[in-house]
Design a binder for this molecule. Structure first.
Ligand SMILES: [Fe+2]
Length: 259
């Protein structure tokens, strides 16, 4: 970075980081387990998003974005999300996105006309925010007992390989003082205990790891706001968040600072 670029970055406002998973658009189904879904969840969620998320924000959306099998419907869902505030929206698929997008190619095709959405799936991207590099590496993940996979659902072993590839790509993109964020749909520590997936994330020194998927309040308290080694874990299922995008931190001139 040149001296003038460094001065410009020092004066720039911090970039807020927000996250929310499990939008289950367009019909907002899929939160049935908790029995407390509001009458108009998308109205609540989209209004909360417009109120809370500034235009310059980085927004992380780890899966279950489009709940359906129709490609035109999925395309319209991503157009809807594109219009919401946020300069960059990083997405990775969940199990309910599987019928329309379970490869990076499919997800890229569905989102290529958007201005703000960047997909990751077994891959990583690097953003320059305020002169600081933020790398987001992600995949869908799966429960450790899920094997087989294919067209219908993710396979744990394949998802481990995808995360490994994402973290290798992250390393190759990384520059001095960059921060790493890991993004998965399935919780990497399902019962608080470490797994092969969480070990990989922590060994890569991700500062933040976000995920969703679980819609059972009995299990929520085990999933959120834990720090293990260098990694702060944040659970972002929309129903857990009361349908309000969660502020996760900000990127200032010293890099990512998690709340
Ligand atoms: Fe979900």
């Amino acid at each position: 970075m040149s001296i003038s670029e460094a001065r410009k970055a020092a004066k720039a406002p911090a970039v807020p980081v927000f996250g929310i998973a499990d939008l289950h658009l367009p019909d907002c189904i899929g939160w049935g387990l908790n029995g407390s879904t509001p009458a108009e969840p998308w109205k609540l969620l989209s209004h909360a998003w417009q109120d809370a998320v500034p235009e310059n924000a980085l927004v992380l959306i780890p899966g279950d974005i489009c709940h359906g099998k129709d490609l035109d419907q999925a395309h319209a869902v991503y157009q809807t999300i594109d219009k919401l505030p946020g300069r960059y929206k990083i997405i990775t698929p969940g199990n309910h996105d599987w019928p329309t997008a379970h490869t990076l190619r499919e997800l890229t095709d569905l989102t290529q006309e958007t201005k703000t959405i960047i997909p990751v799936l077994g891959s990583a991207i690097r953003l320059d925010l305020n002169g600081r590099g933020i790398i987001v590496a992600g995949t869908c993940g799966a429960w450790p007992t899920m094997n087989g996979g294919g067209q219908k659902r993710p396979c744990y072993k394949k998802e481990l390989r995808r995360m490994q590839n994402a973290l290798i790509q992250a390393r190759s993109l990384s520059q001095v003082n960059d921060s790493l964020i890991a993004m998965l749909h399935y919780p990497p520590r399902p019962d608080g205990r470490p797994t092969k997936m969480s070990k990989m994330v922590e060994e890569a020194r991700a500062g933040l790891c976000v995920y969703g998927h679980v819609h059972d309040p009995e299990r929520w308290r085990k999933l959120d706001a834990r720090r293990h080694g260098p990694t702060t874990y944040r659970f972002l299922a929309a129903d857990f968040l009361g349908f309000h995008p969660k502020r996760l931190g900000e990127v200032g001139r010293r890099g990512l600072r998690a709340d």
